[in-house]
Design a protein around this ligand. Structure first.
Ligand SMILES: C[S@@+](CC[C@H](N)C(=O)[O-])C[C@H]1O[C@@H](n2cnc3c(N)ncnc32)[C@H](O)[C@@H]1O
Length: 263
């Protein structure tokens, strides 16, 4: 009996995780029909989208984003999404992760809760509460507390800053968002809660890992198959929240505590 790898067909054509071919019958990479007038970066993006098996899989399964496949893959392996959790999804547009959480945490049963926040409007996801705003806005934090009725069991963040193309700048911006997400988690997570967040490998990610180690029982780096191997994108999964260290806990600015500003 001949041995065949899981993602190639007898014709030798490469297949996606859905088993569908993402090459043309002639084995050529598919190209977008209208290339004229597009910037090279946009041409590259379109070509990659057309040939990406996870884009095809996400579309065929009715997901709003290929990111949904990444969350599924991470949860298949580590099983952190459990029924009736109270989940906060930071940077949730267009809503792929919301769809996955809704199903895996069985939110539609009326138990648990799901709150999504994004700068952009998101099409409704029945059963989820969606907030439009910046997660750095304290008003959003209050709205989240109200929506989940206190504390959350999981804070997920797939937030990414708009990329500039300058690697170091993009890294720093995303790591900045990550710290903001952790600060948010410090303020809403229940004991033993989990935090899953997108990070970029390189530079300050080790420092960030130390911050997680101070707060959580266990911290792991995840790289789901749908996260492109050439990308520095990675995910950090931290489980068993113990609380923020005392010196990192959110404190009011001096003038808010005393009415007096030292400056
Ligand atoms: C990669 S997308 C998220 C995809 C999503 N997980 C899904 O499955 O559809 C990242 C999102 O983070 C959002 N974002 C970035 N900075 C933000 C901020 N400060 N507050 C709220 N959302 C933010 C962006 O608007 C963007 O929609």
């Amino acid at each position: 009996m001949s041995e065949r790898s899981g993602n190639s067909s007898s014709s030798g054509r490469k297949k996606g995780s859905s088993g569908r071919s993402y090459r043309s019958k002639a084995g050529l990479t598919l190209q977008p029909k209208k290339m004229r007038g597009r910037k090279p970066s946009s041409q590259r993006w379109l070509t990659r989208q057309l040939n990406d098996p996870f884009v095809a899989e996400a579309q065929s399964r009715g997901f709003r984003s290929r990111a949904a496949i990444k969350l599924e893959q991470m949860d298949d392996k580590h099983q952190f999404l459990v029924p009736h959790m109270r989940v906060v999804d930071l940077g949730c547009a267009p809503g792929g992760w919301l769809q996955v959480v809704m199903k895996r945490c069985r939110i539609e049963t009326g138990k648990g809760a799901l709150v999504g926040i994004d700068l952009l409007e998101v099409d409704p996801v029945p059963g989820a509460e969606l907030l439009v705003g910046d997660i750095t806005d304290p008003a959003i934090l209050n709205q989240v507390h109200t929506a989940i009725n206190g504390q959350a069991d999981a804070v997920l963040s797939d937030m990414a800053a708009a990329t500039t193309g300058h690697r170091q700048t993009d890294h720093l911006r995303t790591m900045g968002l990550l710290e903001i997400a952790l600060d948010f988690a410090d303020q809403v997570l229940a004991p033993d809660g989990i935090f899953l967040a997108k990070a970029f490998r390189g530079g300050s990610d080790r420092q960030f890992q130390d911050m997680l180690n101070q707060r959580f029982e266990k911290v792991r780096y995840l790289k789901p198959p749908a996260s492109r191997s050439e990308s520095v994108e990675t995910y950090l999964l931290a489980t068993g929240f113990r609380g923020a260290p005392p010196d990192d806990r959110f404190v009011d600015a001096p003038e808010e505590q005393t009415g007096y500003s030292p400056i």
